[in-house]
Design a protein around this ligand. Structure first.
Ligand code: FES
Length: 241
């Protein structure tokens, strides 16, 4: 077994302890622990898997099974920023495919590949993303999981060039842009950088006008959905073949 203390020092161990203390069972802390590992290394390395296993009294196989199941856990070092382009049906039809192609050609990389040296300023990892739950604002992309709505290939290219220059253009809504490791620290439940507080790091207007409009019109007109009866008969399940 490798020496995880060479990578994960006392401060990270103290953070891990804090995460574990949030849960009645230590194993429940695995997901934020993996985000903590990514905030240190920019991916989930072999040492990261060993560190989680040691801290949570799990086997490395159990940690590995989780780390390889979810796409938010990266097995290769990520760039300073992670650019996720939605290429699911609706965004693809509205131009997501051409946004992805434009960025891929500009950066000279494909899915889950990094342009530049991972972790260094201006390095970018590109990925296809499944529906990012912002179809009413499509085509969308995210940088470190912050939204850039209503994109075009030109706008997305401009954004990526700015990121490569070390700039951090403001997302369309939500929190200010951090970097991949900073976002991972927030996902681990720590809001101590770069702004110093929850409000500075993650708070921001997250709902868009397009998303709220339907609910507001329904409210003004007194429209409500019919209540679901308690004894509603559900259609039979098709027989498994
Ligand atoms: S299809 Fe892109 S956000 Fe839903």
């Amino acid at each position: 077994m490798s020496n995880t203390s060479a990578v994960f020092g006392e401060d990270v161990r103290a953070d891990a302890k804090q995460i574990i203390g949030r849960y009645p069972e230590s194993r429940s802390a695995l997901l934020p622990m993996l985000h903590l590992v990514q905030s240190v290394q920019g991916h989930v390395s072999t040492e990261g898997i060993e560190f989680c296993a040691e801290q949570l009294d799990l086997s490395t196989a159990e940690v590995s099974a989780v780390a390889t199941f979810y796409t938010m856990y990266k097995r290769k070092p990520c760039g300073q920023h992670l650019v996720s382009v939605c290429t699911n049906t609706l965004c693809a039809a509205l131009g997501g495919d051409s946004i992805y192609r434009t960025l891929s050609e500009h950066l000279g990389v494909g899915h889950d590949e990094t342009a530049g040296t991972p972790g260094e300023e201006g390095s970018l990892t590109l990925e296809h993303a499944e529906c990012l739950a912002a179809c009413d604002l499509g085509p969308v992309l995210q940088v470190n999981y912050e939204y850039y709505d209503n994109q075009t290939p030109e706008k997305a290219l401009e954004l990526v060039k700015a990121l490569q220059r070390g700039e951090k253009p403001a997302p369309t809504r939500g929190a200010p842009l951090s970097d991949f490791r900073g976002a991972e620290r927030q996902l681990a439940g720590f809001f101590d950088r770069p702004g110093g507080s929850y409000e500075d790091t993650v708070d921001g207007p997250s709902a868009a006008e397009e998303t709220l409009r339907g609910a507001r019109i329904a409210n003004e007109r007194g429209w409500t959905a019919p209540a679901m009866p308690d004894d509603a008969e559900l259609p039979p399940l098709p027989e498994k073949k």
